[in-house]
Design a protein around this ligand. Structure first.
Ligand SMILES: Cc1cc2nc3c(=O)[nH]c(=O)nc-3n(C[C@H](O)[C@H](O)[C@H](O)COP(=O)(O)OP(=O)(O)OC[C@H]3O[C@@H](n4cnc5c(N)ncnc54)[C@H](O)[C@@H]3O)c2cc1C
Length: 397
C-alpha cells in the first residue's frame, strides 16, 4: 500500500490516525474522481498504538460503514471506579463500549481508502506547508524518496502538538497538553469486560490511572497526569508508583508515552483551504481524555466541508463552510468539551478525602441502582463547595 506520490493533488490528508482515515474515506466517497493523497510518517498500524483503545459502541457504529469483528478486542460491560483509599465502586452498563484493536482498524480503513483510489504513502513525513498561493499549498516531505507536492486543500490530522499552519489564524493541537503513559502488562487477573479507573492524587494527580484489558493475558495499564501537576509528579514517576503499589505482580513488556491535547479553544478550525481535525484541532474531551471518536467525527466533517469549498476561489465564500464545519463539530462535541474544560480544574483538584467519602456512600447503594449521574452527584454532595466550583459544567458560555 505504498503508492508513489504525484506532484499535484486536489486533497492531501496529513496523518493516518482516526481523523485522517475518516477524512480520506469521506473524500474518496465523493462522486467526483478527485486526486487524493494520505500520508503518514509511519505505518499507522504499527503496534502498540499510543492509546487505551476504548470507545463507545454506538459512537463507533455511527461513524464507520461496518464495525468489523476483527477490530474488536471485546465489549465493555461496566467500569470499576477506584477511590484513592482503594474502595471500588462497580458500575455496570452492559455493552456500553468496545475495546478495539486500533492497529487493525487503522489498517483496514487505510486499505479501504486505497481500494477507493486514495494514494497512500505511509513512510512519508510532511516537513513543511506553505501558505495558499495561486490556489495551492505546497508540502515538502521526507521519506523514500523525499519530495514536494502541491494540493488545493490540505487536511491536517497529524495529531497533538504544534502542527501545520503556524502563524495562520487557525487552532493548533497544543492547548492544555497533558502527558500520558501506558504499559502492556501480563501476569494480572481481571475481568476482560470491565475497565478500571483509579482517581486520586496518589494514583495520578490531576488525571486518572487505568487498567483496560486487551485480552485475558495482556492489559493496558496507564495514566494521564494533569498539566498543572506534571512538573511535580512526572508521568513516569507516577506510573512506576502506580504499578508497583497497585499491581506488584505485573510483568511489563512495553512502556510508551503520548500527549493528550485537551479542551477546545475557540479558534478557527480552517483557513485558506487548510483544515484541522482530531488532536491536531484539539478535539479531545478534557476530562475523559477520549479522542478517538472525536477525531473520526472531526475528520469526517472536515472532509465534507472541504468537498464543498474545493471549487471556490474566494476565501469569503469558503468561510461560510469553515464556520459550518466548526458549528457541526461544536454541536456534537465542542460545546460540551468547552463546558467540561471550564469545570476540569475543580474536578481534577477534588481532594482524595472527598473521593473516598463519595465512594463509601456509593458502595452502600445496590449495584443495579448506581447510575453515572448518581456517582457524579454523590461526589458533589461529599463537598458541596465543589458544586459551585464546577458551575462551568452547567452553563453554556
Ligand atoms: C496513552 C493514551 C491513551 C488514550 N486512550 C484513549 C482511549 O481509550 N479512548 C479514546 O477515545 N482516546 C484515547 N486517547 C486519545 C486518542 O488516542 C487520540 O485522541 C486520537 O488518537 C486522535 O486521533 P488523531 O487521528 O487526531 O491523531 P493520531 O492518532 O495521533 O494520528 C496522527 C497521525 O499523524 C501522523 N503524523 C504526525 N506527524 C506527521 C507528519 N509530519 N507527517 C505525516 N504524518 C504525521 C502520526 O504518525 C499518526 O499516525 C488516548 C491517548 C493516549 C496518549
Amino acid at each position: 500500500m505504498l503508492d508513489s506520490l504525484l506532484s499535484e493533488y486536489d486533497f492531501l490528508v496529513i496523518g493516518g490516525g482516526p481523523a485522517g482515515l475518516l477524512a480520506a474515506l469521506t473524500l474518496s466517497a465523493s462522486k467526483t474522481p478527485y486526486r487524493i493523497a494520505l500520508i503518514d510518517k509511519r505505518d499507522p498500524w504499527r503496534e502498540p498504538v499510543s492509546c487505551a483503545e476504548a470507545v463507545s459502541k454506538r459512537g463507533l457504529e455511527a461513524l464507520v460503514p461496518k464495525v468489523d469483528a476483527e477490530w474488536v478486542r471485546g465489549p465493555i460491560d461496566g467500569v470499576f471506579f477506584v477511590a484513592p483509599d482503594g474502595t471500588r465502586v462497580d458500575f455496570e452498563k452492559k455493552d456500553s463500549g468496545l475495546l478495539i484493536n486500533r492497529a487493525l482498524m487503522h489498517k483496514r480503513l487505510a486499505e479501504e481508502s486505497h481500494r477507493r483510489g486514495v494514494h497512500c504513502n505511509f513512510r512519508t513525513r510532511a516537513t513543511s506547508l506553505s501558505k495558499l498561493e495561486n490556489g495551492f499549498r505546497t508540502v515538502k516531505y521526507e521519506g523514500e524518496p523525499a519530495g514536494e507536492l502541491r494540493a488545493k486543500v490540505v487536511i491536517d490530522c497529524s495529531g497533538p502538538g504544534l502542527g501545520f499552519g503556524q502563524g495562520e489564524n487557525i487552532t493548533q493541537g497544543n492547548f492544555d497538553v497533558e502527558p500520558a503513559l501506558f504499559a502492556l502488562v501480563e501476569g494480572l487477573e481481571y475481568p476482560t469486560n470491565y475497565i478500571q479507573l483509579f482517581f486520586g492524587h496518589n494514583y495520578a494527580p490531576g488525571g486518572y490511572a487505568w487498567l483496560f484489558p486487551r485480552d485475558k493475558q495482556v492489559a493496558n495499564v496507564g495514566l494521564v497526569v494533569g498539566r498543572d501537576y506534571a512538573k511535580d509528579a512526572p508521568a513516569r514517576q507516577a506510573m512506576k508508583h502506580f504499578i508497583e503499589t497497585t499491581y506488584p505482580g505485573a510483568r511489563i513488556s512495553t512502556v510508551q508515552g503520548g500527549a493528550i491535547p485537551c479542551g477546545f479553544p475557540d479558534e478557527p478550525l480552517a483557513v485558506d483551504n487548510l483544515y484541522k481535525a482530531g488532536d491536531a484541532g484539539n478535539m479531545v474531551n478534557p476530562i475523559s481524555r477520549a479522542g478517538i471518536l472525536e477525531a473520526m467525527t472531526g475528520g469526517k466533517f472536515a472532509a465534507e466541508a472541504a468537498l464543498k469549498t474545493i471549487a471556490m476561489n474566494d476565501e469569503k465564500d469558503r468561510i461560510v463552510h469553515y464556520a459550518e464545519y466548526k458549528a457541526r463539530w461544536e454541536k456534537d462535541y465542542g460545546n460540551s468539551s468547552r463546558r467540561i474544560g471550564k469545570a476540569k480544574k475543580a474536578f481534577m483538584a477534588i481532594p482524595d478525602s472527598v473521593l473516598n467519602k463519595a465512594a463509601h456512600s456509593l458502595v452502600k447503594i445496590p449495584p443495579h441502582k448506581r447510575t453515572l449521574a448518581r456517582i457524579f452527584l454523590a461526589t458533589m454532595w461529599s463537598s458541596p463547595s465543589l458544586l459551585w466550583k464546577m458551575r462551568g459544567l452547567f452553563s453554556v458560555k
